[in-house]
Design a protein around this ligand. Structure first.
Ligand code: CP
Length: 355
């Protein structure tokens, strides 16, 4: 990690965080499927630089002075929305929060017109969370403003995946070769989908574990049986004990009852008994294995409180790292690159040669 000395107030205001890297011409963060490992590496590097800024006495740099950012959240959020707001403010951007409740969306305005309105106010970056998969991609196709996906339905949550990668590497020193067990409601988890892309691109061995009713059938029948598919190496386990065995990282997922219809589970209690991460089960993982959860947690359902707040838990550190990672992404979207190439024009799956 890049270390720079602590600076006094006047020096902090005058000193942008450096040395940041800027080699990619991306103006959208929609998912990690079209990121190359080198591009993920750049985000992780810049996040380490930004984390140093977070550790200063005065957490303020002028990097994005004069830029404006809008958070357009059509679904509830604590971590993602607040961390984007904090990231923008630390970088001296003007941050405008547009909640779903109270905006003209409630009067029937379309998402397209809401976004056009924000763009017409010279908003440089629009950060969107939406219940429908593909909403950020739709905006990215039609807007000049930069677009960041802060979670779209059950589809993708790329900034969560990047902060998870950053946390794993900060704590364990590497990602390649690690066994990462992702346990819980995979079917409805945008965190798991983006995490899969990020982790496999960076060389981790991913084990997915869920009840059969909460495991996407394309993972079971599609990706794994398609030779050469980037996700073909993903291991599927129905028994949590098998998934946890020798894991370096245990990632519990929230049971997303608000997205599930009926019939997925006999009872929440039964699910907890079969799949909950308890301290006893955690002993199957490697000594020193990390416990992660994207939050918000259902404590006592997918994870026991003593595990969630135990010595192996890095859940709060994930939240802190989320600010640094989002600072890095905001910086990279609005900072021009000489000889810029637009990777976002490359369709998903065509970058597998980068692996
Ligand atoms: N992990 C996550 O997306 O949390 P929020 O819903 O609180 O933003």
């Amino acid at each position: 990690m890049t270390q720079t000395p602590q600076l006094g107030v006047r020096e902090v205001v005058a000193t942008p965080p450096a040395p940041l890297r800027r080699a990619w011409g991306r103006r959208q963060v929609l998912d990690l499927d079209n990121y190359s490992p080198a591009e993920i590496e750049e985000v992780l590097h810049n996040s380490a630089v930004m984390k140093e800024v977070l550790q200063r006495d005065i957490r303020k740099v002028p990097t994005l002075r004069g830029k404006s950012i809008a958070t357009l959240f059509m679904e509830p959020s604590t971590r993602t929305r607040v961390s984007f707001e904090q990231a923008g403010k630390i970088l001296s951007a003007d941050v405008i929060n547009v909640p779903g409740n109270g905006s003209s969306a409630e009067k029937g305005e379309s998402l397209y017109n809401t976004a056009l309105t924000l763009q017409a106010m010279n908003t440089d970056i629009i950060i969107i969370r939406h219940p429908h998969a593909g909403a950020p991609h739709f905006l990215a196709r039609h807007l000049e403003s930069c677009v960041i996906n802060a979670g779209d339905g059950s589809h993708a949550h790329p900034t969560q995946a990047l902060l998870d990668l950053f946390t794993i590497r900060s704590k364990l020193g590497k990602i390649k070769g690690l066994r990462v067990a992702i346990i819980g409601d995979i079917l409805y988890s945008r965190v798991a989908r983006s995490g899969l892309w990020g982790l496999t691109k960076m060389g981790a061995h991913v084990v997915l574990c869920a009840p059969p009713t909460l495991m996407p059938q394309d993972f079971v029948n599609g990706y794994r049986s398609t030779k050469g598919h980037p996700l073909a190496s993903v291991q599927i386990e129905a028994r949590v004990e098998h998934a946890l065995e020798d894991a370096d990282v245990v990632m519990a997922l929230r049971l997303q009852l608000e997205r599930q219809g009926s019939g997925h589970l006999p009872t929440v209690r039964e699910y907890s008994r079969m799949y909950g991460i308890t301290s006893q089960r955690l002993q199957l993982a490697k000594p020193g294995a990390l416990v992660m959860h994207p939050g918000p947690m259902n404590e006592g359902v997918e994870i026991d409180p003593d595990v969630a707040h135990g010595t192996r838990s890095v859940i709060e550190e994930q939240v802190t790292n989320g600010v640094a990672v989002r600072m890095a992404l905001l910086y990279s979207l609005v900072t021009p690159v000489r000889g810029e190439r637009d990777k976002d024009r490359t369709p998903p799956h065509e970058t597998s040669g980068d692996r």
